[in-house]
Design a protein around this ligand. Structure first.
Ligand code: AMP
Ligand code: MG
Length: 391
């Protein structure tokens, strides 16, 4: 059995090197850029009018003759002479020798002529070519996460493909003869299989939407065969249950017989003690305890940071600090993970702490960590928690 800190360090130490793939722009959402991106274009790509109005060569004159119209998307070349104007609209190309756009609100128009009531400064209302972004400049940094704004920016620059860190392929396996699917009345001795649903949505929320699913009975051969198949097709394998020391827990033996190297088994924590972590080449294998709350805690603590690292992003959930609203004792000698509610900086540990059910979790927005060497926390003492609120 190893301390929490050591388990975290061992997993981080075994993180495989990042792989780079090129992907369609739209598929890059929430991924992490593996290369700096440089602009292939000037933005705007030509001199644009920033307003609806009239393009002129600036002068002291009030009266101009309209010689034509330039609307967004047009490619008409105008040569303006003294005293001439081109009717122009937002986003349209400004005639080469025009230097000012007068907004339409400041103009009276009658029979192809205008009178300017209020002359703006020379150069007004024109977006110069490359004014926002010059061709060749770095627009996005390697290591930044792609969001809708970056997709918009890159599309505006005409980039259809981007290089990202390849997110890991994830396999999820549940084990247990007692597990039953949701679509039938519960048979005697059975329970509904819920861990895979919980873990799948936790993965989805953290932008790992594609997960391959496997289900094994408590049977040594079947478990070994499915683990073999899952290892062949995934970078990270999560297994729920079957990792305890009961006569019908076959996961550890099946992993070892498939050439998975054990890095650690059992962490000095409550709940979530029977966590197993191993590697096979670049593949990472987590066997999570079957009890739902334990499983979810181990997911947040150990699995999520590793998955995030593998796609080049900052590990795990955010942490926060707050003041405990009631003193607390820890005479277990273990690291405790307690579901809690945080409001206005005060941390309230919930009454329902149970590894086998998720009731407490459903009411919690934080997971408090009391380290094994902390036997007592006083009221109002500041403690750290993992923030379970996604935003
Ligand atoms: P195990 O680690 O296989 O001994 O499982 C520990 C407890 O978790 C048992 O009560 C199991 O019935 C329960 N359990 C295991 N797998 C699941 C699952 N996929 N969904 C819900 N409960 C489970
Ligand atoms: Mg089991």
């Amino acid at each position: 059995m190893i301390p929490v800190k050591e388990a975290l360090a061992l997993i981080a130490q075994w993180t495989p090197r990042l792989k780079i793939i090129e992907t369609d722009l739209m598929d890059g959402i929430d991924m992490v850029l593996a290369k700096d991106v440089y602009s292939p274009l000037n933005m705007p790509p030509f001199r644009q009018s920033a307003m609806d109005g009239y393009a002129i060569k600036w002068s002291n004159k009030e009266n101009y003759k309209i010689i034509g119209e330039s609307k967004a998307g047009d490619n008409r070349q105008f040569q303006l002479n003294e005293g001439e104007a081109v009717r122009i609209f937002t986003g349209a190309m400004v005639p080469k020798n025009a230097d000012t756009v007068v907004i339409q609100e400041h103009v009276e128009e009658a029979s192809e002529r205008i009178r300017i009531k209020k002359m703006p400064a020379k150069g007004a209302n024109i977006r110069e070519e490359g004014e926002q972004i010059l061709k060749g400049v770095k627009v996005l940094e390697k290591g930044s996460q792609v969001n809708e704004a970056s997709i918009g920016l890159l599309a505006g620059l005409g980039l259809k493909q981007i290089k990202i860190f390849k997110p890991p392929e994830i396999g999820l396996m549940v084990t247990g003869n007692e597990l039953q699917q949701l679509d039938e009345p519960l048979a005697p001795g059975k329970i509904y299989e819920s861990n895979s649903l919980m873990l799948k949505v936790a993965l989805k929320r953290n932008n790992f939407p594609k997960v391959k699913f496997y289900q094994a009975k408590d049977n040594a051969k079947e478990t070994a065969r499915l683990i073999k198949e899952a290892l062949a097709n995934n970078d990270v394998l999560l297994i729920s249950g079957g990792i305890s020391v009961g006569k019908y827990d076959f996961v550890q033996q099946a992993l070892l017989s498939n050439g998975v190297k054990e890095i650690f088994y059992k962490v000095n924590q409550k709940p979530g003690k029977p966590l197993w972590f191993g590697t096979k080449g670049e593949k990472r294998i987590f066997a999570l305890p079957g009890n739902p709350a334990s499983s979810l805690i181990c997911f947040y603590l150990y699995v999520l940071p590793e998955l995030m690292r593998q796609k080049g992003w900052t590990p795990g959930l955010n942490t926060g600090r707050g003041k405990l609203d009631k003193s607390l004792k820890n005479n277990t000698g273990k690291s405790l993970f307690l579901v809690a509610q945080v409001a206005g900086g005060a941390v309230h540990i919930l009454d329902e702490q149970n590894s086998a059910n998720l009731l407490g979790f459903t009411r919690a927005n934080a997971l408090v960590h009391i380290p094994e060497n902390m036997s007592r926390v006083k009221e109002n003492e500041t403690i750290e928690y993992l923030d379970l609120d996604y935003n």
